[in-house]
Design a protein around this ligand. Structure first.
Ligand code: HEM
Length: 403
């Protein structure tokens, strides 16, 4: 890394390309690290697990003045305020109310019902790959699969989807390590447009209800005062973004790991019943979401350090998933038969634990299973390109050949 005097620099391209050596350095040298950029970085498995379940807030307004607070203030312009109403940004009791309304659409039965549609979407993508011979995994499968699934769940018309894809790609930059004023402007413009689009969509659904999640949420909204208009918009945008900007990374990072470890690919071909566990190992080995954030509401003792009240804490999921003290000396290896792979913290924990985990697992399992069994000569056909993100860590393209 460049000589910045920092233990690690989240803006350093080398860190973004491969954060795992930096995580290891932090875990060894200063595992509960107060970073000069204004956040606390917690890197060990036990500490991360505890912080995710601790009585902390996710309300950025509780941050003390400082660098991180300034960044959130910049993002708060215009309709950015509406998006601060997602369940991901609310504490109980609001969090509990919003989550319980939305979670009705994510019961195990509702998710299992999506299986035939996911199989069809995967097979259509594999047909396109077979025809092309050489293709980009992200464009043909990893992106369209979760995007089409969440679009259909919400009842988003296909005419709006390309624009929503662009806007969502800009919006998620707000989750990255640092946003400059220029990027903050772009994010604010994208939030405003996306909020406007969803507002229009809600109007259309009110006039013409459908058999979809958005219509169900509108019904919940009119059922007493449980959900305001702005809250409804915020949850829809959250579901849209969380529904695809993460699972794309699971499939792209996961297939890349598999293709870079031919012994593991061979093992999976020999024992396809390992697919579900292989998906857990993919989530652990290269986590699609690298950080969860919390704000302390009182001084918090962790190890021999005390994090003060009003501090911005990053629970480093990707680092916890590679902590040798928890996983053993082979923590950095990719092993699809790892017995405790499912203990990863890639979906977070505590009351913000990922609401879409079962859906993501189902999409990942069907995609990997059918991709591997359909193409016996599946291989990388070039170097994958990173998406340049340190939090929603993924790949912009993964050239593969299938013939
Ligand atoms: C929350 C990861 C897929 C919806 C979270 C959190 C993580 C996460 C780490 C917790 C953040 C925190 O602790 O503050 C992932 C990963 C995915 C994935 C790695 C794919 C591999 C999905 C999908 C959906 C979804 C497919 C919906 C369709 C949500 C929602 C929350 C959430 C609504 C907020 C829960 C709350 O605040 O109570 N996700 N997610 N996620 N995720 Fe996911």
């Amino acid at each position: 890394m460049t000589d910045t005097g920092l233990l690690f620099d989240p803006l350093d391209p080398a860190y973004i390309a491969d954060p795992y050596p930096a995580y290891q350095r932090v875990r060894t040298v200063d595992p509960i690290h107060e970073h000069p950029y204004g956040f606390w970085f917690v890197s060990g498995y036990d500490d991360v697990s505890a912080i995710l379940r601790a009585a902390m807030s996710v309300n950025d307004r509780l941050l003390e003045d400082g660098l991180v607070r300034q960044q959130f203030d910049d993002l708060d312009e215009g309709d950015g305020r509406v998006l601060a109403l997602t369940m991901l940004d609310r504490d109980p009791p609001d969090h509990t109310r919003l989550r319980s309304l939305v979670s009705k659409a994510f019961t195990p039965r509702k998710i299992a019902e999506l299986e035939p549609e996911i199989v069809t979407l995967v097979d259509q993508a594999l047909d396109r790959m077979a025809e092309a011979g050489r293709t980009d995994l992200v464009e043909t499968l990893a992106f369209p699969l979760p995007f089409e699934v969440i679009s259909a769940m919400l009842g988003m018309p296909s005419t709006d989807r390309d624009r929503v894809r662009d806007l969502s790609g800009t919006l998620v930059l707000s989750l990255e390590a640092a946003t400059d004023a220029e990027t903050a402007k772009l994010i604010t413009a994208a939030s405003t447009e996306l909020v406007g689009l969803v507002r229009q969509l809600i109007e259309r659904k009110r006039a013409e209800p459908g058999d979809d999640l958005l219509t169900a949420l509108i019904a919940a909204e009119s059922d007493g005062d449980r959900l305001t208009d702005d809250e409804l918009i915020a949850q829809v945008v959250l579901l849209y973004v969380a529904g695809h900007e993460t699972t794309v990374n699971l499939i792209a990072n996961g297939v890349t790991a598999l293709l870079r470890h031919p012994d593991q690919l061979a093992l999976l071909r020999e024992r396809p019943e390992l697919t579900a566990n292989a998906v857990e190992e993919m989530l652990r080995y290269d986590s699609p979401v690298q950080m969860s954030r919390r704000i302390t509401v009182e001084p918090y003792q962790v190890g021999d350090r005390v994090i003060p009240k009003g501090a911005f804490v990053l629970a480093a999921l990707g680092s916890a998933n590679h902590d040798e003290r928890y996983w053993g000396a082979d923590a950095g290896e990719f092993r699809i038969d790892r017995e405790n792979a499912r203990h990863h913290v890639s979906f977070g924990a505590g009351h913000h634990h990922c609401l879409g985990a079962a859906l993501a697992r189902l999409e990942g399992k069907i995609a990997i299973e059918r991709l591997v069994s359909r193409f016996p000569r599946l291989a990388l056909a070039g170097e994958p390109t990173g998406n340049g993100r340190s939090n929603l860590r993924g790949l912009a393209s993964v050239p593969i050949s299938v013939g």
